[in-house]
Design a binder for this molecule. Structure first.
Ligand code: AHG
Ligand code: MN
Ligand code: MN
Length: 325
């Protein structure tokens, strides 16, 4: 058994990797905001049932989805943390219709797009949920407006996600480097538990909502048939948790377009792009079935996209099957 103190803390890691570096200067404050927000939320998630913080707010968000109390709390929490960081110029959020602008000083270097609470349908049934963040550098020569955050995923300087599961983990990715930090509930600090994560070669799992089978085109039906052969299906219904399992244990996740979700269901800017960036840094891939999702030029903050993400061989196999069917 090791003690948490024998692991590098997230703060030590960020200070040595980002602080003062030309490329990542100030990123340590953005990551610290994510960690601090995750720590606050973790407590609220664990005690939500007792504190009467579960259930809906009675509102419907910009996507037409029912807003859970924790959706709203997590959105407010991270918006505040990013504002306090002094390093974030603008935030785009699943739960907020328009971008929120904090400032355009020399210090306000970053733009963050977030899904503050992923897996809303799992909140009140004690199942893993998470938070997702894409981080871009703003173009300092241009003034800030609603268009400022419409940058392709390939331009991300980093991305991160949190899974509030059997333990709470924060995964941070920058170019060529994916690292997992686990929260110690005793002191609320995050400690490095897996360095330089890469997808394993083995692929025991595939993740898909099987209930959509009747709505798929033939190519998807065939591709999922191929995945089924020799693999176990694992589908949590929280993208971030399914993604985390697949990157650690090996596998692929897909939520493609179908006759109901004709443009896909998941969101390009704060689900597919941030996790796609992590996937590519870990030797995996991300695709909409036709092209690398990170190359898509976004047209609006809340746009949707078909998503195939995970082990590179499996992503390519699915694309190929769709193409030839
Ligand atoms: P969110 O809770 O942020 O709205 O995202 C839910 C998403 C994603 O996490 C998950 O993979 C997917 O919805 C599940 O959709 P289905 O219930 O249609 O399978
Ligand atoms: Mn989500
Ligand atoms: Mn969400």
């Amino acid at each position: 058994m090791t003690s948490p103190s024998s692991h590098l803390t997230l703060k030590e890691f960020c200070n040595s990797h980002y602080k003062g570096s030309a490329k990542h200067d100030g990123l340590e404050a953005v990551i610290d905001g994510i960690a601090s927000g995750a720590r606050d939320l973790e407590g609220q998630i664990r005690n939500g049932n007792l504190l009467g913080m579960l259930g809906t707010t009675g509102d419907v968000n910009v996507q037409g989805e029912i807003v859970q109390q924790l959706d709203a709390i997590s959105s407010d929490t991270f918006v505040k943390k990013f504002q306090e960081s002094g390093r974030v110029a603008m935030v785009g959020c699943e739960e907020i219709e328009h971008p929120v602008t904090f400032g355009d000083s020399e210090q306000h270097k970053y733009i963050v797009l977030m899904d503050p609470l992923d897996g809303s349908s799992n909140i009140d049934v004690a199942v893993s949920i998470g938070s997702i963040f894409g981080i871009w550098k703003r173009e300092s020569s241009k003034s800030l407006n609603a268009e400022s955050l419409l940058m392709p995923g390939s331009k991300q300087i980093g991305s991160a996600y949190v899974v509030y599961g059997s333990c709470t983990v924060l995964v941070v990715a920058t170019e060529g480097s994916v690292n997992e930090f686990t929260m110690n509930p005793k002191d609320g600090d995050f400690y490095l538990t897996s360095a330089n994560i890469m997808y394993p070669d083995k692929t025991p799992y595939y993740s898909v909502n099987d209930g959509n089978t009747a709505k798929w085109v033939d190519g998807i039906v065939k591709a999922v048939d191929q995945l089924r052969d020799g693999r176990s299906q694992r589908y949590i219904g929280s993208l971030v948790a399914d993604f985390h399992r697949n990157i650690i244990k090996g596998g692929v996740f897909l939520y493609t377009a179908d006759t109901k979700n004709t443009i896909g269901r998941l969101r390009l800017m704060y689900e597919a792009n941030p996790l796609g960036y992590v996937s590519v840094q870990a030797g995996g891939a991300v695709s909409n079935g036709v092209e690398n999702i990170l190359n898509i030029q976004p047209v609006e903050l809340h746009q949707r996209v078909p998503l195939i993400i995970g082990n590179k061989t499996l992503v390519n196999q699915i694309i190929e099957t769709i193409k030839v069917t």
